[in-house]
Design a binder for this molecule. Structure first.
Ligand code: ATP
Ligand code: MG
Length: 413
């Protein structure tokens, strides 16, 4: 281990990567805004309780993946996901009166996982939460926003939407009983993790990635057969809504979300283009979460998307901004260059100022950074109160009066 390497599972985002990430984040933010979701930002760390109580003490995140440390006798955890912090903020800020509340968030998340392609220990999510609406209309709208985002990023053709229902509390209790009845005699073939979950949270076994577990689970009873009337109607209305919007989906009765607080809707947009880490955007309904945390009974639905995974799928990174290069020739011009660059930047142009070197070297740099045009001037130009502007795409150049420079450069924006 060298202290000059980034910590395992973390990575630097050099400018091209950062541009990809920003393209994902900005597309998500502006679309979310279009759907009426306002951006909020909660702290990157919270009291450990916020996560351990909401994610459930049998979830992978809580049992294995949290970055937890102690400070002044308080247990603090780096957030592994966004929903718990948003729910906590909803309660601490007394937002119970402001429902329906629609929020968008983005930022880094931390999970101690085995790093591999598309799986880091520090990664980023964008996500939305819609609080206070019981109707499946909310589910349709939230899923439509997710589908729209993938479309906007050019990924609609590379992803599919899988959908399932976990029903209401009554349906889940009935299913749980049937599932435990099926799994108990086979517990010898289950992984240790799954055996531990058999009593506390058997539904999570359906989500196991262990090969042996998967084989056992393949024959398990299906949730759909245990849904009560109300849950069935809810699920139908959701599917009708998606169909009305032309959003294709498949029902996957084996789909359960990793977290304990979900009910009714569970969904994932997946791709085969990323190997094993195929889920790019996932979410569900969590009607019991806020009450369980000590707030007013408030239904909720949301999703989170992995920014790294989406960024990897983008065909071409968005192009960097093409600046105007300011190229002085000679000592007198050198002094004017900084003033001129400042003036153009104040006029909202992106400007690159080579700091040293002869004009040829500076023109080379202008080329290298993809400058769109160069503003070149020496004593001659300055004596005439003008500069030479060269279009770096066509090579054409023109003498332009200082006073008309901003006007002239507008064509290169
Ligand atoms: P997975 O099944 O891949 O472990 P998950 O169910 O743990 O995913 P969620 O908690 O639903 O994931 O998080 C939503 C999204 O965040 C995932 O679909 C994925 O795109 C992204 N994500 C989750 N964990 C990581 C990670 N360790 N590194 C990169 N992206 C991640
Ligand atoms: Mg995971």
């Amino acid at each position: 281990m060298s202290s000059l390497q980034p910590v395992r599972g973390t990575q630097d985002l050099l400018p091209e990567d950062a541009r990809r990430h920003r393209a994902v984040g900005e597309a998500a933010r502006s679309l979310a805004e279009r759907y009426g979701f306002a951006e909020i930002s909660t702290p990157i760390f919270e009291f450990t309780d916020v996560f351990s109580r909401t994610l459930g003490d049998t979830s992978d995140i809580v049992t294995k993946e949290m970055y937890t440390f102690e400070r002044s006798g308080e247990s603090i955890t780096l957030r592994p996901e966004g929903t718990a912090g948003v729910a906590r903020a909803f309660i601490s800020n007394g937002l119970g009166q402001s429902v329906p509340l629609k929020v968008f968030y983005r930022g880094p998340m931390f999970r101690y996982e085995r790093p591999q392609k598309g799986r880091q220990r520090q990664f980023h999510q964008v996500g939305v939460e819609l609080l206070g609406v019981e109707s499946p209309q909310a589910d349709v709208e939230v899923i439509a926003l997710g589908a729209h985002l993938l479309d906007e990023l050019g990924l609609a053709g590379k992803t599919v939407l899988e959908l399932n229902t976990l029903g209401d509390a009554e349906s889940r209790a009935a299913y749980r009983e049937a599932l435990v009845g099926y799994l108990s005699p086979k517990s010898g073939s289950l992984s240790e993790d799954s055996r531990a979950r058999l009593e506390r949270n058997p539904l999570r076994i359906l989500d196991s990635k262990d090969e042996g577990d998967r084989a056992v689970v393949a024959g398990a009873p299906l949730f759909t057969d245990f849904l009560n009337e109300a849950s069935r109607v809810f699920f139908h209305r959701l599917q009708d809504g998606l169909t009305a919007l032309g959003i294709p989906f498949t029902v996957n009765p084996r789909l359960v979300r990793g977290l304990d607080y979900y009910c009714h809707t569970a969904f994932e947009f997946t791709t085969t283009a990323l190997g094993a880490q195929g889920t790019v955007l996932a979410g569900g309904r969590y009607d019991g979460l806020i009450k369980m945390m000590g707030g007013p009974q408030t239904p909720g639905i949301g999703w989170a998307a992995g920014v790294e995974r989406l960024a990897m799928l983008l065909e071409a990174p968005p192009a960097p901004l093409r600046p105007i290069a300011v190229v002085p020739v000679g000592a007198q011009a050198e002094r004017t260059a900084l003033v001129l660059a400042h003036r153009l930047r104040r006029a909202a142009f992106a400007v690159d100022l080579g700091y040293s070197g002869n004009p040829a070297k500076r023109m080379k740099r202008a080329d290298k950074i993809g400058a769109r045009a160069a503003v070149i001037f020496g004593e001659d130009e300055l004596a005439r109160d003008a500069v030479t502007v060269r279009d770096l795409e066509t090579g054409e150049q023109q003498l332009v009066a200082m006073s008309a420079l901003e006007d002239h450069l507008t064509r290169f924006r």
